[in-house]
Design a protein around this ligand. Structure first.
Ligand code: PLP
Length: 448
């Protein structure tokens, strides 16, 4: 054990000296080591102290098929031995061709092409750059504004990050602000006092209509939305909101980009949620994370074939979409994604749908705790929001962020949560059972 501890200390020292982790603060940048996870199995991970923890957020909303899945590991090894890499510029490979066809089967009608990336940010970046390119080719280079929403999260590359709508995303960071217009967050919990949810939905749609009128449809290239805002705190928009926003886009020739980086691959019980859950057919769908259950960094954009036809009909058949990534269509990533899709189709989607009501009800029951302002969610994603009091709904603040404090308590009790300021987000592996949901909810109750 002493040797293990010494090795662990050494790993901490190495991380502190040489590793930079995401979203660091200046005061500790380049000098911190966050809690180390050593292993995973099913819905559990084991930390450096040997504690077995339920992986409440499934890593970062991604380990949908659970940890240590032998089928995914085997297919990864087999593909690496068969063909570990090929240039997507000059060649293609079998896994990416087959995966593209299988994804097209699941996507809304007409969305039949896919451009692969290395994750969600690059998927969003690709969708936006494609919109810009398409409008240049179509001779309307002024149609480029991108409409996003307060509370949204779309990535950490320059353009994708410029769309982010959480205040902390911009405090110290530059962005392409002149390319972006942000609408209100469709959060029914924080709708204006005295306003019904229906009236709030009208307000949100009218706000978009007003932006279109004010800026001119001829200047707006795309609207991007997570069907359910994830990192903004699992914001489920009012019923009908997405359909009405989509209709406004269609009426004004504005591309609707559904950012399904979190909501796809079973999180809401379907491979893609846009049509199967919300009844909309976007022009592009971005995805990542759950596509490989986090076993391999892969993302992509599903693109409606209609958009390519329009380009083929344009006067600029020589115009090049000068965009590509070394790891686009990675054979290992695509092979893992294919096996992951098999797992989803062979029962995991059914299981996720079957377990949803119990998951949501178990967490909803936490609303009887005085600190909890609201528990909300859809499918296998939920958020517990702590407030100072239920009338003001002001976020509860403590010396340490409430979410982090709850996470700390929960870890002592065997659960990892995703802390978000005053909120705890839960999005466990889809393999979670009823009994494990009960354990998770009981620990969270104690932790809060
Ligand atoms: N879009 C959404 C909705 C996300 O939640 C995320 C990441 O959390 C991203 C895009 C960015 O994905 P990545 O971190 O893989 O670049």
């Amino acid at each position: 054990r002493r040797a293990d501890e010494a090795a662990g200390d050494e790993l901490t020292r190495l991380a502190e000296r040489h590793l930079v982790q995401p979203w660091p603060v200046s005061g500790s940048i380049g000098a911190e080591a966050r809690g180390r996870i050593e292993a995973g199995e099913g819905i559990y991970v084991t930390d450096a102290a040997g504690r077995r923890l339920i992986d409440g957020p499934a890593g970062m909303w991604c380990v949908n098929a659970g940890h240590r899945n032998r089928q995914l590991a085997d297919v990864m090894a087999a593909q690496a031995m068969e063909l570990s890499y090929n240039s997507p510029w000059y060649t293609t490979n079998a896994p990416s061709a087959v995966l593209s066809a299988r994804l097209a089967e699941h996507a809304p009608d007409g969305i039949d092409h896919v451009f692969y990336t290395t994750g969600g940010s690059s998927a969003v970046e690709t969708a936006l750059r494609f919109m810009q390119f398409a409008n240049n080719v179509k001779g309307r280079p002024e149609k480029k504004l991108i409409v996003s929403r307060q509370g949204g999260y779309h990535g950490s590359t320059y353009l994708s990050a410029s769309l982010n709508g959480r205040p902390r995303d911009h405090d110290w960071m530059d962005s392409a602000a002149d390319l972006v217009v942000k609408l209100s967050c469709p959060d029914p919990f924080r709708r204006p006092e005295g306003m019904s949810v229906e009236a709030f939905c009208d307000f949100l749609v009218e706000e978009f209509r007003a932006v279109i009128e004010e800026r001119g449809a001829e200047h707006i290239g795309a609207f991007i939305a997570e069907p359910v805002m994830a990192s903004g705190g699992v914001i489920v928009p009012p019923a009908g909101y997405l359909k009405r926003m989509h209709a406004l886009c269609r009426a004004n020739d504005i591309l609707f980009i559904a950012d399904e980086v979190v909501t796809a691959f079973g999180r809401l019980g379907h491979v893609f949620a846009s049509q199967d859950v919300f009844g909309i057919d976007p022009d592009m769908i971005t995805f990542a994370k759950g596509v490989t259950s986090g076993y391999f960094p892969l993302g992509g954009v599903m693109i409606a074939g209609r958009l390519f036809e329009e380009l083929r009909r344009s006067n600029h058949s020589e115009a090049m979409f000068a965009h590509g990534l070394t790891y686009s269509s990675h054979p290992v990533g695509c092979a893992v994604a294919l096996k992951n899709l098999d797992i989803l189709e062979d029962g995991l989607l059914d299981h996720a749908r079957a377990i949803t009501d119990h998951f949501q009800a178990s967490l909803k029951a936490l609303e009887d705790l005085p600190l909890v302002g609201e528990v909300r969610g859809l499918g296998l994603m939920a958020c517990v929001e702590c407030v100072a009091d239920r009338v003001s709904k002001n976020p509860l603040t403590l010396d340490l962020e409430v979410g982090k404090r709850i996470d700390r308590h929960c870890q002592e009790l065997g659960l990892l949560v995703r802390p978000l300021i005053n909120m705890c987000v839960m999005s466990p592996p889809l393999t979670i059972t009823s009994a494990q949901i009960d354990d998770m909810a009981a620990i969270l109750r104690k932790g809060i």
